[in-house]
Design a protein around this ligand. Structure first.
Ligand SMILES: [Ca+2]
Length: 240
């Protein structure tokens, strides 16, 4: 391979990386009609928005109210509300979660000081109450990009589906949203707009885990590309 080809390869890599920045991809929305179960390792306490993570800037109830429970239940890394998981009588109480009013919006700002190019969002797992009339989930998910952090884009799945499903007999207490890896790149904020699942009761959410990673800065990318090209040059010289 000649030097010319290395330059061509480098250009191709840069174009591919460039195309990947700031674009959104279709999401896949899975509903698991299967609650986490006894002592399963739900939820995560190390996801991007968990309390105490440097990647989280703020979690705010932008619109609506908490009917009961509190917002911090969404990202405290605790499914059981600090209660004894061996005593069903204790964890069946709905107050262990956060019950948003119909139409309530929670805005989660990621820390763009830590990561100026925003975040790749790979998957989102939401866990609701495990039984009773408040079992089930119904919400829309939106995201914004660092370039325009207050312009929100609705996440849609296959066939234009959103997480906002109509009520039905098959309530789900865990939903997983994944994408063509990632769901979106360069994300600054996420918004969840919650709706009543059955039109009569608030749904109760135990936790929302957001998984992803900071978008590497160009300096880091350039360093990686330089290293890759260096390795190729080395391999080429050895072959000669
Ligand atoms: Ca969490």
């Amino acid at each position: 391979m000649r030097a010319k080809h290395f330059i061509q390869l480098a250009v191709v890599i840069m174009v591919v990386v460039g195309l990947g920045l700031g674009t959104a991809h279709a999401a896949t929305i899975s509903w698991l009609n299967d609650w986490p179960g006894y002592l399963d390792p739900y939820p995560s306490s190390s996801d991007l928005i968990n309390a105490g993570q440097s990647t989280l800037s703020s979690t705010v109830l932008t619109t609506g109210t908490a009917v009961f429970g509190s917002l911090d239940k969404l990202n405290d890394g605790d499914y059981w509300g600090g209660l004894d998981p061996y005593t069903p009588a204790s964890w069946e109480t709905y107050s262990n979660g956060f019950a948003p009013s119909d139409g309530a919006i929670v805005t989660v700002a990621l820390n763009t000081t830590v990561s100026p190019l925003g975040y790749d969002i790979d998957s989102i797992v939401t866990v609701s109450a495990s039984s009773g009339p408040r079992l089930g989930q119904k919400f829309d998910l939106w995201y914004s990009l660092v370039a325009n952090p207050d312009a929100f884009v609705l996440v849609t799945g296959d066939n234009g589906a959103t997480v906002n499903r109509a009520g039905g007999p098959c309530a789900a207490d865990v939903s997983t949203i994944t994408g063509d890896s990632p769901i979106a790149t360069g994300v600054a904020k996420l918004q969840f707009q919650f709706y009543s699942y059955d039109g009569a009761n608030e749904n109760v959410y135990r936790e929302i885990d957001v998984f992803g990673a900071a978008v590497p800065e160009p300096g880091t990318l350039a360093l990686l590309a330089t290293g890759l090209i260096g390795l190729l040059c080395y391999a080429w010289r050895r072959r000669k």
